[in-house]
Structures are given as structure tokens and as C-alpha cells.
Design a protein around this ligand. Structure first.
Ligand code: NAD
Length: 351
């Protein structure tokens, strides 16, 4: 065994009902005096409960999925006008994404309080969308200095969104088994992430306001994001990245739909990953484990339900192909990729 692994330096505080104290302590550690609070309108109350005691210079609530450049520019102007020295973001991946866009140019530290399972808080990846093109990049300045995980903030995340977002986290784990920089540490984190999500998500569906399932799912989502940050984007993420940016499909639901197709596509040529995923699911095979979980969760099944039209598929194939990692376990060509996308579009049985 031989590998190089780089862990990202950030503090992680996990405790249900403790977000307000933890955020206060973390901003204090940063010696922040002029905090910009970023939270979308839907998360306003959550954000107020978490940031009530902070030296807030400005609250900003214009949050848009996939961070359109003009939305980022407006937030950057607000940050500059108020001379902020730290950002506290409370919300899902879109909110964290906007905080990252500001941090990228302003160089101020972020304390992230995630309220979905998207995992952006644990990566140094930023994303911006201009027109129909989503650009991503890696920059140390966008990695939140601290993450405050408080599962009690997620009790109101609707079940359907919880399921989609949880499967987005699961996709980080699965793709981390074969992504370009995947190493044994990533695979170990990913396997534990799958196990935690497999335990947590059915509990979230059965009892959305129960803390235990939320905690398991959130813990799994963190592991998933750490694995993904190190392993990089595999085939699954390359596909979803194009679908999200080019066709404006919703992020979490797109991941939730595409995952079983990529898994079924790759496992015949990735026996070790197949075994690990199956074990993590406590199932006979990886594909069966995912199918069982998706059935329990009543997961989203078809891209056509989320805005992709059949006529978009050739265009999507053309945009995805150049981005496919060269060492993907199953060699990808325009024919098998079109087949995969078509199956995901109509919600056919993944095989
Ligand atoms: P989102 O942030 O857009 O949130 C989805 C919906 O859930 C929104 O309507 C939001 O208001 C609502 N919501 C969030 N938290 C809630 C709560 N606790 N209770 C009730 N409602 C709540 O979606 P997302 O899937 O979390 O994030 C998607 C975005 O994150 C995409 O743009 C994606 O590219 C990005 N992302 C980036 C990275 C990265 O590493 N850079 C990783 C994952 C995702």
C-alpha cells in the first residue's frame, strides 16, 4: 500500500442544541468584530437563533442555488460596504456556496452551520454559475475555518429534501471509492459514511423530528464530504455537475436520481469498491444495498421529473464526456453514457 493523503485543516464541532454557543466561541476564536451572516429567507429564523449574540455587521439573504455570478457580486459588495471580518453562514449548500464566493475574494474566514447534508462546508471547492456554465475551483480561502453541526437545526428540513440531500451525501461516499485521487483513507471514511447514512436516513423518514436519525445522517454527511474533498470528482459528480449547471436541475435530487445508475455502471469493473459498499450497506451486493435503501426512503427516480427533457441528452453527453476521469473503472463512451443518462431520465431499473 502506498498513498499520499492531505487532510483539510478545520475545526468541527458536533452537538445538538449547541449551535449558538459553538458559533459564538468560534467567531471569538477568530477575533471577529464585524460578522456577515448569510442565510436564505427560509432559514432566517434558524440563523437568528444561532447568531443572536454575535457582533453582526450585516445580514444577507439573497441565496440562489449554484451561486450565479451576479448574486455573488452583490454579496461581495455588501461584504465590502460593511467591512466584514468574518462570515457565519447558516443553510444548505447554496448558502455555504455564497459564503465561499465572498471568502474567495474578500479573504475573510467562514464559520459554517450546515442545515442540509450537502457537505460543502467540509470542502475547499467553490462553484459559480455564469449563464448555463458552472465553474468550480479549489482554493484554501473558501474552506470554512470551523463547522458547527447541530442536528436540531435540521428537524424541519422536509422529508423529501432530507432524502434527496442524504442521497447527495451518499453519492459523495460512492464516488469517493473510484474518484481520481481516491486513497485508502477516503475509502475508509466513505464506507463509514455509507453505514451512518444507511442507519440515519430511514430514521429521518420514519421520524423526521427525531434527533437520533438526524445525527447519524449528519455525521455520515460530514464523512462523505471529507472523503469527497480528498478523492475529487468521479464520474457521478462530473455527470451531476453538468446537469446542474447546464440544465439548472436541482442539485440534491439530481444526485439522488443519478447515483444508482453510476453505481450499476461501475461496479462490474470495481470489485473491491463493490465489496466495501455492499458491506457498508449490510447487503449482498452494492446495487442491492442501494436499491433497498432507496425503496425505504421512497427516493426520487427520474430526471424527467426534475426538468431534464429527453432532447437534452445528446447535449449533456457531449458536455460530460470531456470531463470523465480517464481511470473510471468502466470505460465511458458516448453510447454507454447516453444509455446511462436515458435510463436515469426515464427512471428505468438501474443495471
Ligand atoms: P440548498 O442549499 O439550495 O437547499 C435546498 C432547500 O432546502 C432550500 O429551499 C433551503 O431553503 C431548504 N433548507 C435548507 N436547510 C433547511 C432546514 N434546515 N429546514 C428547512 N429547509 C431547509 O441545497 P443543497 O442541496 O443543500 O445545496 C446545493 C448546492 O450546494 C449546489 O449549488 C451545489 O453545487 C453546492 N454544493 C457544493 C459543494 C462543494 O463542495 N462546493 C458540495 C455539495 C454541494
Amino acid at each position: 500500500m502506498r498513498f499520499e493523503h492531505e487532510g483539510l485543516a478545520q475545526r468541527v464541532l458536533f452537538g445538538s442544541g449547541e449551535a449558538a454557543q459553538a458559533v459564538a466561541a468560534e467567531t471569538e476564536r477568530l477575533d471577529a468584530r464585524r460578522v456577515m451572516v448569510i442565510a436564505g429567507k427560509g432559514e432566517r429564523e434558524l440563523a437568528e437563533s444561532v447568531t443572536a449574540g454575535l457582533p453582526v455587521a450585516v445580514r444577507h439573504d439573497e441565496v440562489v442555488m449554484h451561486v450565479p455570478v451576479e448574486v455573488a457580486e452583490r454579496a461581495r459588495s455588501v461584504a465590502a460596504a460593511h467591512d466584514v471580518d468574518a462570515i457565519v453562514c447558516v443553510g444548505g449548500g447554496s448558502t455555504t456556496g455564497l459564503a465561499k464566493a465572498v471568502a474567495l475574494t474578500a479573504g475573510v474566514p467562514i464559520v459554517a452551520v450546515p442545515t442540509t447534508y450537502a457537505g460543502s462546508e467540509a470542502t475547499n471547492v467553490w462553484g459559480l454559475t455564469e449563464g448555463a456554465k458552472k465553474t468550480t475551483g479549489v482554493d484554501a480561502r473558501v474552506l470554512p475555518r470551523a463547522i458547527v453541526y447541530d442536528a436540531s437545526l435540521m428537524l424541519g428540513l422536509p422529508v423529501a429534501m432530507s432524502v434527496a440531500s442524504g442521497l447527495n451525501a451518499l453519492a459523495h461516499c460512492v464516488d469517493s471509492m473510484w474518484a481520481p485521487r481516491a486513497d485508502p483513507i477516503d475509502r475508509a471514511l466513505a464506507a463509514e459514511g455509507i453505514r451512518a447514512l444507511r442507519i440515519g436516513l430511514p430514521q429521518v423518514v420514519a421520524a423526521p423530528r427525531g434527533l437520533e436519525g438526524r445525527e447519524y445522517a449528519l455525521y455520515g454527511a460530514y464523512l462523505a464530504a471529507v472523503a469527497f474533498a480528498s478523492a475529487g470528482s468521479g464520474l457521478h459528480h462530473k455527470i451531476c455537475h453538468v446537469l446542474g449547471g447546464r440544465f439548472d436541475l436541482p442539485h440534491a435530487q439530481t444526485h439522488a436520481v443519478v447515483l444508482p445508475y453510476v453505481l450499476a455502471f461501475n461496479v462490474p469493473n470495481a470489485p473491491e469498491a463493490e465489496r466495501r459498499i455492499a458491506v457498508a450497506f449490510d447487503a449482498r451486493t452494492a446495487v442491492e444495498g442501494l436499491r433497498q435503501l432507496r425503496t425505504e426512503l421512497d427516493a426520487p427516480t427520474a430526471l424527467r421529473d426534475y426538468g431534464l427533457s429527453e432532447a437534452d441528452i445528446p447535449d449533456a453527453v457531449e458536455a460530460i464526456l470531456p470531463a470523465v476521469p480517464a481511470d473510471n473503472p468502466t470505460p465511458v463512451d458516448s453510447h454507454n453514457l447516453a444509455r446511462l443518462l436515458h435510463a436515469a431520465w426515464e427512471g428505468a431499473d438501474p443495471r
